[in-house]
Design a protein around this ligand. Structure first.
Ligand SMILES: Cc1cc2nc3c(=O)[nH]c(=O)nc-3n(C[C@H](O)[C@H](O)[C@H](O)COP(=O)(O)O)c2cc1C
Length: 203
């Protein structure tokens, strides 16, 4: 059964990224009737930061883990299972302070697991996530994409490309709704642009 993993990370009821992700999911459901959508909102679920017990457990060989260590990894294991089972992924990520929300970073810290989503080999690091296609919808108060003079401030797209690529996700499309904190007509144009790109991506 086709599976879509939908991870949102805005706590806002009027979230632009959540709205765009919902459009993506609706189109995916039309194309995949009977498909399964696994949904999370990292902000609303308040995903925990990883701690010392988690780190020790994740770097202990699975067959040597104590019951406590298995418990420390339980949430992470569930999130990793979801990620590995997904055929497609849609990530809804606001730009916060030029990067990503801390709760979304928590999701990344929980799913970046040695032996499960990446492994070291003689030739280097190998990503183990084989999802076919990943779409990242973002919203920003300003504009950073393309030839914007503020492009160098964008720590969101480069970071996400790096870490998702590290985990093995190769086919990544970013859809940016920019200028969301600017004048209403600029914000509307930024949203319309993102909706147009999204409509093409899901056609
Ligand atoms: C805590 C916080 C930090 C933000 N930092 C930035 C920023 O660094 N650059 C920017 O262009 N917009 C920034 N914004 C504006 C958001 O990116 C914009 O409001 C976006 O629409 C948020 O996504 P959402 O609508 O899905 O919540 C920030 C907003 C908040 C609440």
């Amino acid at each position: 059964m086709p599976t879509l993993l939908q991870i949102e990370s805005s706590p806002r009821s009027g979230s632009v990224t959540s709205k765009l992700a919902a459009k993506y999911v609706a189109a995916w459901k039309r194309q995949n009737p009977g498909g399964v959508v696994i949904q999370h909102n990292t902000a609303k679920e308040e995903l925990p930061y990883i701690d010392e017990a988690f780190i020790a457990a994740s770097y202990t060989a699975p067959e040597q883990r104590t019951a406590e260590q298995k418990t420390a990894l339980a949430l992470s294991d569930r999130l990793v299972d979801e990620l590995l089972s997904a055929d497609e992924i849609v990530l809804a990520v606001p730009m916060w302070n030029f990067g990503i929300p801390a709760s979304f970073k928590s999701w990344i810290d929980l799913v970046a697991r040695v032996g499960r989503t990446f492994q070291y080999s003689k030739t280097g690091v190998e990503g183990l996530v084989k999802a076919k296609k990943t779409v990242v919808v973002t919203a920003r108060g300003g504009a950073y994409a393309g030839d914007s003079p503020y492009n160098f401030l964008d720590q969101q797209e480069p970071y996400l490309r790096t870490v998702l690529g590290f985990l093995g996700v190769k086919d990544i499309q970013f859809i940016h709704a920019e200028n969301q904190s600017r004048a209403p007509e600029l914000a509307a144009a930024g949203l319309q642009h993102a909706e147009n790109v999204l409509a093409t991506a899901t056609a």
